[in-house]
Write a protein that binds this ligand. Structure first.
Ligand SMILES: Nc1ncnc2c1ncn2[C@@H]1O[C@H](COP(=O)(O)OP(=O)(O)OP(=O)(O)O)[C@@H](O)[C@H]1O
Ligand SMILES: [Mg+2]
Length: 270
């Protein structure tokens, strides 16, 4: 945040897992797509199509086996260095032995941020996800939704240039999910962070994203790239917009074909 953001370009990116003891798995075939700076891009596609793999390549935890990932200056296309990133992974990963505020401040501690600034930023991030008053609780004393908000606060507190979200609300009940989606929509609208959101929910993608990338069944490729023109701020009321319904149907149509294909081929290859 604050810094001029860079664009992230995947150029014919592919990844084949080739474990010594098992047959290789093509997780990503050839993915070409661009993640615009300061924008939210949602990745949606059938289970196993390589969404988490793509996120891990962007994060720098996996190397592609073909193609390239590039960070570029949006103005002139020059190569840029890897921006600072934070991730909210698919499962909660809070430290159970640390309190809420200690969990949130953990990354700042590692980065050597002075105590006063650390505490100030941690409390601001906790307030941003509506957890003020719960600073001294331990994760086991919180509900699933609250834990997920701590995970979000822990990512936001680092003020990353790029925020990677891998099904951040996947494990939550429908109502909690709605509330958190609205909260996250508000946060992305005000922060200007570049975000990549992996989700199985078409509704969540439309609510949060500027662009939705629909992926094919494994091995993953880009099936469609759809811009979401619905006005912001977006909330549950947005779901009653006729534009929402049209977009939903279009994405559902694309996904339905891909999910069917995944089910047909799924039995033959694990
Ligand atoms: N470390 C690994 N070794 C071997 N194969 C892997 C590994 N990680 C993932 N895969 C395989 O790569 C493919 C893509 O996995 P990935 O986790 O990226 O899918 P995904 O789109 O995130 O799925 P989901 O929606 O279920 O989270 C899957 O077939 C998976 O089994
Ligand atoms: Mg995944």
């Amino acid at each position: 945040m604050g810094m001029p953001a860079v664009a992230i370009e995947a150029d014919d990116l592919g990844l084949t897992f080739a474990p010594a003891s098992a047959a290789p798995t093509v997780a990503l075939e050839t993915v070409s797509c661009r993640f615009e700076p300061g924008r939210v891009t949602a990745l949606i596609g059938p289970s196993g199509c390589g969404k988490s793999t793509l996120l891990q390549i962007v994060r720098g935890f996996l190397d592609p086996t073909r193609g390239q990932l590039r960070f570029v200056e949006p103005a002139d296309g020059r190569m840029a260095i890897r921006p600072a990133m934070s991730t909210v992974w698919q499962a909660f990963n809070l430290f159970p032995w640390l309190t809420v505020v200690e969990n949130v401040a953990f990354g700042l501690d590692l980065a050597g941020v002075p105590r006063a600034e650390r505490d100030e930023r941690a409390h601001r991030a906790i307030a941003a996800v509506d957890l003020t008053g719960f600073e001294d609780r331990y994760p086991r004393q919180l509900s699933g939704g609250m834990r997920q908000r701590v995970g979000l606060a822990r990512a936001l507190v680092m003020e990353p240039e790029v925020l990677l979200l891998d099904e951040p609300f996947g494990a939550l009940d429908a109502q909690t999910r709605l509330v958190l989606q609205e909260q996250l929509a508000r946060l992305v609208e005000t922060s200007g962070t570049t975000a990549i959101l992996v989700t199985h929910s078409i509704e969540e993608a439309i609510l949060l994203a500027d662009t939705i990338v629909v992926m094919t069944a494994r091995p993953g490729r880009v099936a469609a790239r759809i811009d979401v023109e619905l006005p912001r701020p977006r909330s549950m009321a947005t779901t009653r917009d006729p534009g929402f319904a049209a977009l939903f149907d279009r994405i559902y149509g694309l996904l339905r074909d891909e999910v069917m294909r995944a089910m047909v081929s799924g039995g033959a290859s694990a």
